[in-house]
Design a protein around this ligand. Structure first.
Ligand code: PMP
Length: 335
């Protein structure tokens, strides 16, 4: 095999490992390491797929401008692709996203516009509405629109899903996924409905997101807020087809963060907050089973960009997710 001669050739082909140091009850639990993509997340695959589809469709021409609304990881993937292919990139990012992501995006040459995280769909400052408007007003711009772009799930149908299927020797009883744009879920479900319709899909949702309620009760409650980044929504992303699922777990920020930290301590994998949510749901599912099952989930992104957040006890304390140290703790520390 010739060596890759572009960083874009390094997207995908991620390894899958079995997790053996966490309590997965009677099940065997596998983790596909999407954190090993060159931009650090599962969204590299989607960024490449959506840009190349736009090129094929003739809607993105050399020297063109790419615009997207993104919580960060799609932006990092797009920044990698845009820099390699010579496109200008403008990203609209909600201001709750970690500073590390924003620094990384700017270092890759993207123009980052921060907008309010505390407003919903329909508000002019809502990141998706803002990006769409900007694309309409910018000549030669292409709005990626990952929430409605079929090349998003297609990347997972064509690459993520067949890789996982092959790596697990064609034996997967259940897959646990989170939903941001819904591309991962939509693409995986399409592939597995063809090769293994018995594979069950389970939603891992941050508490406060509306998706778990839609799965369990068909209702659409008012959204709350959560600290986990990249998954959970205040609306139903059309590409997710989440209403076709039957099982969902609501995972609190605290449980997500604790699980991501456990993954690092016990298995040595430094992954982000959404991985904590997925893994917490996968572990709960595994422990509830009475028969052994083969269960897969994803390390969606790398944990480096969360070192000052969920891996930082001071930050957890500020969020009310850790107790302040007591005099007794201090004495233990000295001893
Ligand atoms: N985890 C992280 C960290 C993400 O950034 C995203 C994408 N927003 C996801 C999971 C969810 O992926 P999808 O958009 O395919 O639903």
């Amino acid at each position: 095999m010739p060596l890759p001669d572009s960083v874009l050739d390094l997207i995908g082909h991620t390894p899958t490992m079995e997790l053996t140091r966490l309590d997965s009850g009677p099940c065997r639990l596998f983790l596909k390491l999407e954190n090993q993509n060159p931009g650090g997340s599962i969204k590299d695959r989607v960024a490449l797929s959506m840009v190349e589809q736009a090129e094929r469709d003739g809607v993105l021409a050399p020297g063109g401008t790419i615009i997207e609304a993104t919580a960060g990881n799609t932006g990092l993937g797009l920044a990698l692709v845009a820099a390699q292919k010579g496109y200008r990139l403008i990203l609209v990012v909600p201001d709750k996203m970690s500073r590390e992501k924003v620094f990384h995006l700017r270092a890759l040459g993207a123009k980052v516009l921060l907008t309010r995280s505390d407003v919903g769909k329909g508000h002019p400052a809502y990141y998706q509405d803002y990006a769409r408007r900007l694309a309409q007003e910018t000549p030669g711009a292409f709005y990626i629109d990952q929430f409605n772009n079929p090349a998003n799930p297609l990347a997972h149908y064509r690459t993520t899903a067949p890789e996982l299927w092959q790596q697990m020797d064609g034996r997967i009883d259940a897959i646990v996924v989170g939903v941001g744009s819904g591309g991962t879920l939509g693409g995986l479900r399409r592939f597995f409905s063809e090769v293994s319709p018995g594979t069950e899909f389970i939603l891992a949702d941050p508490a406060g997101s509306v998706l778990a309620d839609r799965v369990e009760h068909g209702t659409l409650p008012a959204a709350g807020s959560w600290l986990v980044e990249g998954i959970g929504e205040d609306f139903i992303p059309p590409l997710s087809q989440v209403e076709q699922l039957t099982k969902a777990y609501r995972i609190s920020d605290g449980e997500s963060f604790d699980t991501a930290r456990d993954l690092l301590l016990k298995e040595g994998i430094l992954a982000g907050s959404s991985t904590g949510t997925l893994l917490a749901a996968a572990l709960r599912y595994c422990r509830e089973q009475r028969t052994p099952k083969r269960v897969a989930t994803f390390a969606c992104d790398s944990g480096n960009k969360y070192l000052s957040k969920l891996f930082n006890d001071d930050w957890l304390r500020q969020q009310g997710l850790r107790q302040r140290p007591t005099i007794g703790d201090l004495r233990d520390f000295i001893a």
